[in-house]
Design a protein around this ligand. Structure first.
Ligand code: DX5
Ligand code: ZN
Length: 215
């Protein structure tokens, strides 16, 4: 089963309620939090995440693109996040382990994210306790970028590690997902597809969600 996770980074923030209503048929809402340090862009933080939680009953998939995320796990758990992803490049191994422990304590699902530069092997120390692995298929920081074809290999290698050590763990891909790239990432083993511009750039968002699911 393929799950679709629209990213509200490409939504109209003056009509967030309507833009959440428009994606009701998706499986979760993807929230991109950027700090201007881990990535060169600043997106939004706790208040917007709380506003989303207030406006929808959907599962909230919060992608933290911030340095030393352990500092903010509790704050984002309190925004109603159901799952949090932290970047493996955002802290040392101790900091990542502590961030995952903090997620456990706060009762949110646990995920780690990989920048395109990061080896799939980097998930090995954590994979058995994870609910999801997020493979970036663009350099994190901005919506609307082109899919990096070489990341198909990273997806395949993460799929092999997950199948071996924790088959229930989901494999999410994020960046440049559209009707051309969706079949490629599915074939490589992804089962959760994030899409920002691919969904919010369409006139009919429900149709775009369905099309990505079936692509
Ligand atoms: C990029 C974010 C993505 C972004 C995807 O740093 O993590 O979630 O919103 O946008 P598209 O689908 O437009 O590439
Ligand atoms: Zn994201």
């Amino acid at each position: 089963m393929i799950q679709i996770a629209p990213s509200i980074l490409s939504a109209d923030f003056t009509r967030l309620g309507a833009d959440l209503d428009a994606i009701q048929t998706a499986d979760m809402v993807h929230l991109d939090v950027m700090d201007g340090a881990f990535v060169p862009n600043i997106s939004y933080g706790v208040p917007i995440c709380k506003a989303v939680d207030k406006n929808t009953d959907m599962f909230l998939d919060t992608h933290l693109m911030i340095e030393k995320p352990v500092r903010y796990i509790e704050s984002f758990a309190q925004t109603g996040a159901d799952q949090i992803s932290v970047h493996l490049e955002a802290d040392g191994p101790r900091g990542i382990a502590d961030a995952l422990a903090e997620m456990e304590r706060c009762g949110v699902k646990k995920a780690v994210a990989l920048r395109p530069i990061t080896s799939p092997q980097a998930i090995l120390p954590y994979v058995e306790e994870l609910d999801m692995v997020l493979v970036m298929t663009v350099e994190p920081g901005f919506g609307g970028q082109s899919f990096m074809m070489h990341q198909l290999d990273t997806i395949r290698q993460c799929r092999a590690i997950i199948d071996r050590y924790n088959p229930n763990c989901l494999l999410e891909v994020d960046g440049g997902i559209n009707l051309e790239t969706a079949p490629l990432v599915k074939e490589a083993g992804a089962n959760v597809l994030v899409a920002g511009s691919g969904i919010y750039g369409a006139q009919n968002r429900a149709a775009a969600i369905q099309a990505l699911r079936e692509a």
